[in-house]
Design a binder for this molecule. Structure first.
Ligand SMILES: Nc1ncnc2c1ncn2[C@@H]1O[C@H](COP(=O)(O)OP(=O)(O)OP(=O)(O)O)[C@@H](O)[C@H]1O
Length: 535
């Protein structure tokens, strides 16, 4: 949807600290038994972090009060509609684990849930206002409106419609209609001074006259504001939680509620999530879409928790990011905890939360199995054309090995299983080439058998395969065998890791784990034995 006009002459007063304002009703807040909350995106692109957070706050508002979460697609601006956007928004909400109870796919008693399918409802509503004299047809041409805007700019005033068509008589209206002059319907607004108790920003007063606003466009589609108010009323919405950018449009909405004689829902404007440079997130950015995080392998719960770190809303005493289960987030949510200042995302928090979430998963049998299977799938797909049958069998389908690797890598090295596909971890999946090892061992000489046997013994007998213990034990062995550390370590490194220089052997063994290290050492030893037999 198009951004509402921002205006510097708005008089916005908010008294966040004044609880008398923040908790006063002033609306139909307590008049409905069932809390009904809607998320109403435009299908102008994918769901991004900002809109997902707004969806999530709406979801929490509904679920924390045993209410209903509704998805409504606001596609009245057909020129900005993007093919496939509605489907992708619904998919993303499902993926995030916050599917609507009512919406285009699931249906519900207040449908249709796509505005372009509700035109008859808006036309009925327009009729009501026209009959009441609260709205009127306007025949002003685009050219005239352009001139008005130009004039205002020249006078350094804020452009506004001069309400010219208000004074047309019934006969004049009929005549213009019979001439086929395109027309719109405007709302007659006499008093632009509006105030409301915003559930986040406190008491707000805005007095900004923009001229009678259009409700119905010449193409027969309602404007965003009109459809929004009519739908919220007909869908029995009790709470409207939307981005702070809609503050300035709220007087228009309140004027509409007054014109109909309807009670407005409780209003809560949410602080925006901003880019690092302070601008509003835009659907044109690729790296903020929900789909981007989905493809990167972040768990939905991690993303939801991440979003709660800007904007508040969740009661917590933790001073560091904590990945709470969804049920706990719902319990902790309250509008009074939402902050009134926009914030930026700290990407490092996403990594912290992801690691925390995965480590917790490894602590339960079920979680461990799920994570291991997921990782197996990832590695198999990534390396399927690259690994030999031996390697596939020995690593990829070995759940114990994958589990070991995850436990080794997660605390410090990775934050998603997908990280294990990085070049630096290839050694975990690709075994050193057998022919290369055989050549290397032959060139290196007779001590290789002793070194490999010593390595096998150390790895077999170590209580813990941690870097320092292995390193110390290998040095001890190297010295007692009188071969010397400088010859000892490169042999082990080569058969385990394919290079003579590189990370400490203790690190390699600790990364591969006992089972895989023993396998590689034995595999090399077998090559010596075979060549010895063959020789
Ligand atoms: N950066 C943001 N932070 C918090 N809420 C946001 C942000 N961007 C959008 N929202 C809110 O998400 C809801 C759905 O937004 P919408 O689909 O219109 O996204 P949008 O990015 O604002 O779209 P468009 O750019 O087409 O106007 C609205 O309530 C909107 O205020």
């Amino acid at each position: 949807m198009a951004l509402p006009m921002r205006n510097t002459v708005f008089r916005i007063f908010w008294r966040k600290g004044l609880s008398c304002c923040r908790f006063s009703t002033g609306s139909s807040y307590f008049q409905h038994d069932l809390v009904r909350v809607r998320f109403a995106p435009s299908p102008t692109g994918y769901l991004h972090l900002g809109s997902l957070r707004t969806a999530f706050y709406n979801y929490c508002q509904a679920k924390s009060r045993k209410g209903v979460f509704i998805l409504r697609i606001e596609d009245t601006d057909q020129t900005r509609k993007v093919e496939g956007a509605t489907e992708s928004i619904m998919d993303d909400l499902d993926w995030a684990g916050i599917p609507p109870d009512e919406g285009p796919l699931v249906g519900g008693n207040y449908g249709p849930y796509i505005q372009s399918e509700r035109k008859h409802i808006y036309l009925d509503a327009i009729e009501t206002l026209l009959k009441k004299g609260a709205a009127y047809p306007c025949f002003c041409s685009e050219n005239r409106l352009k001139l008005l805007r130009k004039e205002a700019t020249r006078r350094k005033e804020i452009p506004k419609y001069d309400n010219k068509c208000r004074s047309l008589s019934t006969d004049e209206i009929e005549e213009k209609k019979s001439q086929g002059i395109p027309w719109v319907v405007r709302l007659r607004v006499d008093d632009w001074s509006q105030s409301w108790d915003d559930k986040v920003y406190g008491h707000i007063v805005i007095n900004h006259n923009e001229g009678d606003p259009v409700l119905l466009k010449a193409d027969g589609y309602p404007t965003y504001h009109f459809a929004n108010v009519v739908d919220d009323h007909h869908m029995k919405i009790t709470h409207v939680l939307r981005g702070e950018e809609w503050h300035s449009s709220t007087p228009k909405h309140l004027a509409l509620y007054q014109a109909f004689g309807w009670d407005p829902p409780a209003l809560a404007h949410l602080p925006l999530i901003l880019n690092p440079n302070g601008t509003k997130l835009s659907k044109r950015q690729g790296d903020i879409g929900v789909d981007y995080f989905k493809r990167k392998g972040y768990a939905p719960l991690v993303l939801l928790n991440y979003l709660t770190l800007t904007g508040g809303g969740f009661k917590t005493s933790a001073t560091y990011p904590v990945c709470f289960p969804l049920e706990q987030l719902i319990q902790k949510f309250h509008l009074k905890n939402v902050t009134s200042h926009s914030g930026r995302l700290g990407p490092h928090n996403l990594e912290i939360l992801s690691r925390q979430y995965l480590l917790a998963k490894l602590e339960t049998k079920e979680g461990e199995k799920e994570l291991v299977q997921h990782t197996i799938g990832l590695i198999r797909d990534h390396y399927k054309n690259r690994l030999s049958d031996e390697e596939l069998g020995k690593h990829i389908y070995d759940e114990e090995h994958i589990c070991y690797v995850l436990k080794w890598a997660l605390p410090e090295r990775i934050t998603r299983p997908e990280d294990l596909l990085g070049e630096q971890f290839i050694f975990l999946w690709e075994m050193p080439d057998k022919t290369d090892i055989a050549d290397f061992l032959e060139k290196t000489g007779a001590d290789c058998g002793i070194i490999l046997n010593a390595g096998l013994e150390v790895v077999k007998t170590m209580e813990q395969v941690d870097v320092e213990s292995i390193h110390t034990a290998l040095i001890k062995k190297a010295k007692s065998s009188k071969i010397g550390v400088n010859k000892f370590m490169p042999v082990l490194r080569y058969v385990l890791f394919s290079t003579v220089e590189g990370p400490r052997v203790g690190e390699i063994i600790s990364a591969l784990g006992r089972k895989q290290s023993l396998y590689r050492l034995q595999r090399a030893l077998d090559l010596i034995d075979t060549s010895a037999v063959q020789g």
